[in-house]
Design a protein around this ligand. Structure first.
Ligand SMILES: *Cc1c(COP(=O)(O)O)cnc(C)c1O
Length: 448
């Protein structure tokens, strides 16, 4: 098979996500090439014509330990011979029990109950529904509203879009949505003269306080992406915001939902991003924690909502209607849970969080020359996410850059004018050098 064979068939039969399909057939500045991938190995993706691409974005932020990882493959083969899937209403199985126990232990036991779904947007909806329903079960029927940050992204189903503040995803479907209120983002790029990122966080928290003071009676939960608003443009902020938001949510009796679908699983340097808001005397715990993307190592669709005993107990009753009535056919899929267990095993046996410190430092060094580029602003990094904004009015910049990076054997998809790297946690020194050269080269090529 050649690239061109599969390309034609794909364009005819497959409707690709988040894509204006016409761009796949266009030529010229706005063209978006479709790449037929024949196989993957480690950080590399290979097409049918012998070209290769370094997966600089972990295949939409899901792949942690490379493609066709031998250890995850072996765990899945073993699981296939035992149980592929079973209904989780009324049945249970080893992978789902072990995964729940291990995730709960990773929160220090603070979030002891795991609810399962298959994708991130569903996790968001589950957290919203659970928060609302737990308040109602406690006689707080007025708590029906949600609060999100400006520029937030929590998924694209109709319910998740209610707490997603990204115009391109939300505007077309606005008539279908019951939108949540937004409060100012603590995005550190908003710093005024002389302000530190912590100052911006305190300013945003003051606005949150004002909003809660007036509306807390009707608000069930605040939902945030801890430390980095990823799809909103890799907006990074100071953990001080999380500490202040936690205290305000406690004071005004509002749940705090941490959406760690993108920033969880080691991305920001700690296993959960919210851990960075904790200090010795002040542990930090959300009321709900949403996980997906990296949790299965990038192998299978899986999402999990973890919550507290207090929330769980609000549902524990004789009446069925007071239970949490939500289900997905593939809830707690055994193969997906087993992939997640294999992923957690790799974190433990390879001391991944420790190793990522070195990888993050090398990534920073490889991209440091961009600081000298007058077209580059806000070069920023937290853990294994590095991003910068590009000064350009070219509406085709992101596609121009994407094509230029592909020519340099790298898969890097900017969000608008924000270029970012989010590689798998197995990038070696040569891979990092390759990414550094591909990004600087593609930037120069895209800006002509
Ligand atoms: C990707 C993402 C989602 C949605 O997950 P899907 O699996 O794409 O539905 C939700 N929240 C955040 C922060 C995400 O990055």
């Amino acid at each position: 098979m050649r690239n061109s064979d599969l390309l034609q068939r794909s364009l005819k039969a497959v409707w690709h996500p988040c894509t204006q399909m016409k761009q796949h057939t266009d030529q010229g500045a706005g063209a978006l090439p479709l790449i037929p991938i024949s196989h993957g190995k480690g950080v590399w993706l290979h097409d049918f014509d012998g070209k290769r691409y370094l997966d600089g974005i972990s295949s939409w932020w899901v792949n942690l330990f490379g493609h066709c990882n031998p250890r995850i493959n072996a765990a899945l083969r073993d699981q296939l011979e035992q149980l592929e899937h079973v209904i989780l209403a009324g049945c249970t199985h080893r992978p789902v029990v072990e995964l729940s126990e291990r995730l709960s232990a990773l929160t220090g036991g603070a979030l002891g109950h795991c609810f399962y779904a298959s994708d991130g947007a569903s996790a968001t909806e589950i957290a919203l529904k659970m928060s609302f329903h737990s308040w109602r079960n406690r006689g707080r029927e007025k708590k029906q509203d949600f609060l999100c940050l400006e520029g937030s992204y929590h998924g694209e189903t109709v319910g998740a879009l209610a707490v997603t503040d990204v115009a391109i995803f939300r505007d077309a479907y606005a008539p279908l949505i019951r939108p949540a209120a937004t409060v100012p983002t603590p995005d550190a790029r908003r710093a005024r003269d002389g302000e530190t990122p912590a100052d911006v966080a305190r300013r945003a928290a003051a606005a949150l306080e004002q909003h809660l003071e007036r509306h807390h009676e009707s608000i069930a939960a605040l939902i945030v992406e801890p430390l980095i608003q990823c799809a909103g443009g890799m907006a990074m902020y100071d953990p001080e915001y999380l500490r202040l938001a936690r205290a305000l949510c406690d004071r005004y009796e509002v749940h705090l939902i941490c959406d760690e679908i993108a920033v969880g699983c080691g991305r920001t340097g700690t296993f959960f991003a919210h851990e960075q808001a904790a200090s010795e005397n002040h542990p930090f715990k959300p009321d709900f924690l949403c996980l997906s993307k990296g949790i299965s190592g990038g192998y299978l669709p899986l999402s999990i909502v973890l919550t507290t005993d207090a929330v769980y107990e609000a549902f524990y009753d004789d009446a069925t209607a007071r239970g949490f009535l939500h289900s997905h056919s593939y809830t707690g899929n055994a193969l997906a849970c087993r992939a997640a267990l294999a992923t957690l095993d790799i974190f433990d046996s390879d001391q991944v969080l420790e190793g990522n410190k070195g990888r993050a430092t090398k990534l920073a060094a490889a991209l440091r020359p961009l600081n000298e580029d007058p077209n580059v602003r806000h070069l920023r990094q937290r853990g294994m996410i590095l991003a910068f904004d590009v000064n350009t009015d070219d509406p085709h910049f992101s596609r121009r850059f994407y094509r230029a990076a592909l020519e340099r054997e790298a898969l890097v998809r900017p969000i608008g004018n924000t270029v970012y790297l989010m590689p798998p946690y197995i990038v070696g020194d040569e891979d990092i050098a390759h990414l550094g050269q591909a990004v600087t080269g593609a930037l120069a090529a895209a800006l002509v």
